[in-house]
Design a protein around this ligand. Structure first.
Ligand code: KG4
Ligand code: ZN
Length: 349
C-alpha cells in the first residue's frame, strides 16, 4: 500500500455528482463536483429519478477527471471509498456500484462510507481536530447534534423532530418567491432586512433536551406572507424583513440547542470543541452566531471551508482514509442504504 495511503472518493447520494482523491497526509489531490442544480430547478427541489440518471451520465467522466488532476493511475490507489447511504437510493446505488466495480477490477479494497460520518470527519481533514468534539450537522436533510468520540463512535445528543433546518430555509425561500435552493437567497435578502419586524417563534428553546423543531417557524412565515398578501402586496422590503426575522429565529434555536449540547460534552484540555458541517454551515450569519457562542462558553469553534461543508467527494475519500487506517474495509456485497443513522441506539426523535 502506498504511504501515506491514497483514496479515491465517490459521492452520489443527493444532487451532486462528485469524485476526489485524498491522501493520509491530509492533502486533497483532486476534488471535482458537478452540481445538478439546473436539472432540478424547474421542479423547485431534487427529483430522485432525474438525480440518479444524471449520476449515471456524469460519474465516469468525473472519476477520470479527478484521477487526471491527481496525476495518478488506479494502481496508485490504496482503496476506493463510495457513499453507501443515507440518501436517495437510486443515486447511492449508482455511486456504490461504480465503486465496487472499480475495486473489483483494480483489486483494491472497497470502503462503503456513511455520508453523515464523512460530514462528521471533515474537520479532521481540514483542521486536524482531535476526538472528542461536538458536531452540529445542518443540511437540507439533517439537523443533528452529535458527540463524535472516534471513527464509528457517535452519540446523538439531539435531532429535529420535524423539518431539517435547510428544508426550513428552502421552504421560506419558496414562500418568498426565491429560486431553489433557497438558503443562499434567504441569507442574501436577510442582510438588508429588519430582523425585529416579525416576532417569529423559537420552537423548543425552553425544553431541557437538545432537539430541534422548525415546522412551527415555517408556518409562521407562511402566515406572515399571507397576511401581507391580504393587505395588498408583498414588497421587496417585506421579503427582506421576513428573511431576516426568519434567520434570526432559526439562529436563536440553533444557538440555544447547541449551548445545551456543549454542557453534555467532555472537555478535552479544558475546552469543548464545536465543529459545524452540512450545507447550512455555509451561512455566514450562523457561523458568526456560533463563533460568539463558543467565545461566551469558553469553547473552540471549527468550521471547514464552505465547499467542504456542502456535499463533496473529498469528505468521502477522507472518511475512506480514516477507516482504511483502522483496517475497516468492506466486502463487495455492502448494501446501499436509504436510511443509515450514525447512532443506531438513538430513537427517531
Ligand atoms: O449538505 P447539503 O449540500 O446537502 C444535503 O442536504 O445533504 O445542504 C444543502 C442545504 C439546502 O437546504 C440549502 O438551502 C442549504 O443547505 N444552504 C444554506 C446556505 N447554503 C446552502 N442555508 C442557509 N444559508 C446558506 N448560505
Ligand atoms: Zn450532505
Amino acid at each position: 500500500m502506498p504511504q501515506p495511503p491514497v483514496v479515491l472518493g465517490i459521492e452520489t447520494s443527493c444532487d451532486e455528482t462528485a469524485a476526489a482523491v485524498v491522501d493520509g497526509a491530509r492533502r486533497i489531490r483532486a476534488n471535482v463536483v458537478l452540481s445538478q442544480l439546473e436539472d432540478h430547478r424547474p421542479y423547485g427541489g431534487v427529483v430522485p429519478e432525474i438525480a440518479a440518471r444524471a449520476h449515471v451520465l456524469h460519474l465516469d467522466g468525473l472519476i477520470e477527471r479527478a484521477m487526471a488532476e491527481a496525476g495518478i493511475g488506479f494502481d496508485d490507489l490504496s482503496a476506493i471509498a463510495a457513499t453507501a447511504g443515507p440518501g436517495l437510493i437510486g443515486g447511492v446505488m449508482v455511486g456504490l456500484t461504480t465503486g465496487k466495480a472499480l475495486a473489483a477490477a483494480c483489486g483494491k479494497p472497497l470502503i462503503a462510507v456513511n455520508h453523515l460520518e464523512a460530514h462528521a470527519l471533515t474537520a479532521r481533514l481540514t483542521d486536524d481536530v482531535a476526538f472528542p468534539y461536538l458536531l452540529l450537522l445542518v443540511s437540507g436533510g439533517h439537523c443533528q447534534l452529535l458527540s463524535v468520540e472516534g471513527v464509528g463512535r457517535y452519540r446523538r445528543l439531539g435531532t429535529t423532530i420535524d423539518d431539517a433546518i435547510g428544508e426550513a430555509f428552502d421552504k421560506t425561500a419558496k414562500l418568498l418567491g426565491f429560486d431553489y435552493p433557497g438558503g443562499p437567497a434567504v441569507e442574501k435578502a436577510a442582510r438588508s432586512g429588519n430582523a425585529k419586524r416579525f416576532a417569529f417563534p423559537r420552537p423548543l428553546i425552553t425544553r431541557d433536551d437538545c432537539n430541534f423543531s422548525f415546522a412551527g417557524l415555517k408556518t409562521a412565515v407562511l402566515h406572515a406572507v399571507r397576511e401581507l398578501e391580504r393587505q395588498g402586496s408583498v414588497t421587496a422590503q417585506d421579503r427582506q424583513d421576513i428573511a431576516a426575522s426568519f434567520q434570526a429565529a432559526a439562529g436563536d434555536v440553533i444557538v440555544d440547542r447547541t449551548r445545551r449540547a456543549m454542557a453534555h460534552m467532555p472537555a478535552s484540555g479544558g475546552l469543548v470543541r464545536l465543529v459545524v458541517a452540512g450545507g447550512v454551515a455555509a451561512n455566514t450569519y450562523l457561523r458568526e452566531r456560533l463563533t460568539k457562542l463558543c467565545a461566551e462558553q469558553g469553547g473552540v469553534f471549527t468550521a471547514p471551508p464552505i465547499p467542504l461543508c456542502t456535499d463533496n467527494a473529498a469528505m468521502i475519500a477522507w472518511a475512506g482514509v480514516e477507516r482504511l487506517q483502522l483496517g475497516l474495509i468492506d466486502t463487495l456485497d455492502a448494501p446501499a442504504r436509504a436510511r443509515w443513522p450514525l447512532d443506531p441506539a438513538a430513537t427517531a426523535a
